[in-house]
Ligand binder design. Structure first.
Ligand SMILES: Nc1nc2c(ncn2[C@@H]2O[C@H](COP(=O)(O)OP(=O)(O)O)[C@@H](O)[C@H]2O)c(=O)[nH]1
Ligand SMILES: [Mg+2]
Length: 219
């Protein structure tokens, strides 16, 4: 009895996600779903990106957390539109939550919509939120075997951001190992080592964003 219920839930989510995708396409909004374990640096990456690219793009953020509006407040401090969703224990965002949150965003000025998913490497991967791309973040403090242990995320993501490169001297993390596992799962995966603390590598992330957004305009 359990299996059909779960399947229906996923199907309903996928149907709504397709409608969101069509709406984002019609409005030429690039929608990105940021997925990582807690603390990998999703909000830090957003704070940097929203600050550094604010003259270039209209950007908005939907924040997903079990509790608190801490992250929405952090990103709103950059001047970007931000909406917080509290899942009250739920381990992922869903397309119905995104639809509801969009009611609080004026989309006419938005070029890029960031969705910061609830922190974990499992459940958020299963639930399409209508995004163009999933962005996987992995911090170097988490271990270079995570792509091998959590294959679905790295299989479906367009980009793997390897954050906290400033900590590389202090942790046993081999870039090559993480990248090799990830590339085995997904040959098209773009790997971007960055440090949100020092800013190292962020220019490559911004270049990727510009290209992805341009693709959305002309696609
Ligand atoms: N050393 C270092 N710390 C970072 C970096 N990026 C984020 N952090 C820290 O990691 C912690 C978690 O970051 P946060 O952005 O809240 O992660 P999130 O839970 O994925 O949104 C915070 O204390 C950040 O200051 C980085 O590049 N280097
Ligand atoms: Mg966060």
């Amino acid at each position: 009895m359990e299996v059909p219920v779960i399947r229906n839930l996923l199907e309903a989510n996928d149907t709504l996600a397709r409608q969101l995708k069509n709406m984002f396409a019609a409005r030429r909004i690039l929608a990105l779903n940021l997925i990582s374990s807690p603390g990998a640096g999703k909000t830090s990456l957003l704070e940097r990106t929203l600050t550094d690219l604010q003259q270039e793009f209209g950007m908005a953020v939907i924040e997903g957390d079990l509790q608190t509006d801490n992250d929405a407040r952090r990103v709103a401090a950059t001047g970007a539109q931000a909406v917080q969703i509290n899942t009250n224990g739920g381990c992922h965002l869903s397309s119905s939550m995104i639809l509801e949150a969009l009611g609080s965003i004026s989309l006419d000025t938005v070029d890029i919509l960031f969705i910061e998913n609830v922190g974990n490497l499992v459940c958020p991967v299963e639930f399409d939120c209508g995004e163009d791309h999933k962005i996987a973040l992995l911090s170097v403090a988490e271990g270079d075997d995570k792509p091998e242990k959590y294959p679905l995320l790295f299989n479906l993501a367009a980009v793997m951001i390897l954050n906290k490169t400033d900590l590389l001297p202090y942790v046993n993390f081999q870039m090559d190992t993480a990248e090799r596992f990830a590339k085995k799962l997904n040959a098209d995966l773009v790997t971007l080592p960055v440090s949100c603390r020092t800013g190292e590598g962020l220019a490559n992330w911004y270049a990727w964003l510009r290209k992805a957004r341009a693709g959305k305009l002309h696609g």
